[in-house]
Design a protein around this ligand. Structure first.
Ligand code: GAP
Length: 459
């Protein structure tokens, strides 16, 4: 029976093969931060590219933006984040370690849906729930998750700025700019990919819950009466996007969020949950933010953010549908879906069955041995040729890799572990008969093919 993949399997592979490392590793790390290595970055870039292609390049109604991370603090007052972007915090009275009260209660088997701070406090006290160190908890209180810093040379309360906790607000505040410069007709949207920061009380589960992460978000503005239609459209698009990046549709689940658990700005939210090694958890969100944000910023900035419909002569504040994608959770979903162990030949191997769109490398070219000059020269010739074939097929040269370190067995294992779909081995027959061995990552099949046929094969 296939072994279940654990989070530890993924973390270990990521470190061993250069996908993701602990942030500030040589200093003992920094909680809630992770650094992407070359291969992790290649997957991340590819996901961003496919997302941008689907949601911006292949349509004409969504405008890309790249807003500043630091924004006028009035933005966060108007959006409601200064007042309400908080998680329930509870402290171990002895060790002073801090926990999310809802997580503590859930771990003890309680349902916290719709519960207030006072409810959670009572539940912890009445049920005599202790910390993992066996100590009593203090009172449950609100903890604002925005990171604060100061702008300019002086540290004072007058120049506080926040690191953005969502990319969304950078789009709402540019609504008027886009209207004034491009004059789009409704419905239209804005898209942005960028970093977001949250001072999570308890970052955990690798890149699932971190303090610095990346979001890919769309704010799509419509007439209020067409908001449901746009909501359904993006509900479908999200399900299609997961196929672009090789996720498993059977592992995706839609959870309609009840009134008591929705964010302050939302009239409807669906959480798209995914089966991770840590259980079924939120991967993406889709929300109907109504006119909440544009209205709040109209009032906050005293700038009119309404829309005038030339045809109907109607003036109104558009409603906004927001599909929000967490990039780091997407990477975790991709890696955990692709991770497998099987027996290929005599040995058990770890293999990442990554979709070819996502794999860091499409093809690896390997000389059978590296101490035969003629063979190595031939392998380099094949490497150049395959790179040219890739370019002709619209694939970047960097997607083809040459690997000659260690034994051929170890190199196959390395390429399997980093998810390279095809290895081409240049051996002595390559010199005599002009052939190479093509090894398929998933089928385990090895086929001898003519070098001159490679162009047709890879088409
Ligand atoms: N603009 C709406 C918004 O930010 P959210 O549900 O708070 O909504 C959207 O976040 C997505 O961002 C989540 O579905 C998740 O993928 C990702 N995300 C949120 N907090 C995260 C964290 N601490 N670490 C990693 N990803 C996170």
């Amino acid at each position: 029976m296939a072994k279940e993949t654990t989070l530890e399997d993924i973390i270990s592979l990521c470190k061993r093969r250069g996908f993701i490392y602990q942030g500030s590793d040589i200093y003992g790390g920094l909680s809630g931060t992770w650094d992407y290595g070359p291969l992790g970055l290649m997957i991340k870039d590819q996901v961003k590219r496919l997302w941008w292609e689907r949601f911006v390049d292949n349509r004409s109604d969504i405008y890309g933006v790249d807003a500043a991370i630091l924004m006028n603090p009035k933005v966060w007052i108007a959006s409601g984040h200064v007042g309400g972007f908080a998680d329930p915090l509870v402290e171990d009275l002895k060790t002073k370690k801090r926990y999310r009260a809802d997580h503590v209660l859930e771990a003890a088997g309680f349902n916290v849906s719709g519960k207030s701070l006072a409810d959670m406090d009572t539940m912890i006290k009445e049920n005599k729930i202790k910390s993992i160190d066996g100590n009593d908890f203090g009172e449950v209180r609100q903890f604002n998750m925005m990171f604060k810093t100061n702008i300019g040379a002086i540290e004072s309360d007058d120049n506080v700025v926040y690191l953005r906790p969502e990319t969304a607000q950078g789009m709402f505040v540019n609504f008027k700019n886009i209207q004034d410069t491009f004059h789009p007709k409704l419905p239209f949207g804005m898209a942005q990919i960028g970093k977001a920061f949250r001072n999570e009380i308890a970052p955990r589960d690798f890149v699932f819950r971190v303090r610095e992460f990346e979001q890919m978000e769309i704010e799509y503005f419509t007439h209020p009466q067409r908001a449901d239609e746009a909501f359904s459209h993006f509900q479908k698009e999200i399900k299609e996007f997961i196929l672009d990046i090789g996720l498993d549709k059977e592992k995706l689940h839609e959870l309609e969020i009840g009134d008591e658990d929705r964010a302050h700005y939302s009239s409807r939210t669906i959480d798209f949950e995914y089966d991770f090694p840590i259980g079924r958890k939120e991967l993406f969100g889709l929300a109907n933010r109504t006119d909440f944000d544009l209205k709040a910023h109209s009032e906050g900035s005293k700038v009119d953010l309404s829309y005038f419909d030339e045809e109907t002569k109607e003036r109104f504040i558009p409603h906004c549908i927001e599909p929000s994608f967490g990039l780091d959770r997407t990477i975790l979903a991709i890696l955990s879906t692709a991770y497998a162990t099987d027996d290929m030949g005599e040995e058990e191997r770890i293999v990442l069955r990554l979709h070819k769109n996502i794999a860091p490398y499409r093809i690896a070219v390997l000389p059978l041995v590296k101490n035969k000059e003629e063979l190595v020269n031939k392998a380099k010739e094949v490497f150049e040729m395959v790179k040219n074939i890739a370019t002709k097929n619209g694939i970047a040269k960097s997607k083809i890799v040459y690997d000659e370190t260690q034994s051929i067995g170890k190199r196959y294992r390395r390429q399997d572990e980093i998810g390279t779909p095809i290895c081409l081995t240049v051996d002595f027959d390559s010199l005599e008969k002009g052939t190479v061995t093509l090894r398929d990552r998933d089928r385990g099949k090895q086929e001898v093919v003519k070098i001159e046929d490679l162009e047709n094969i890879f088409k």
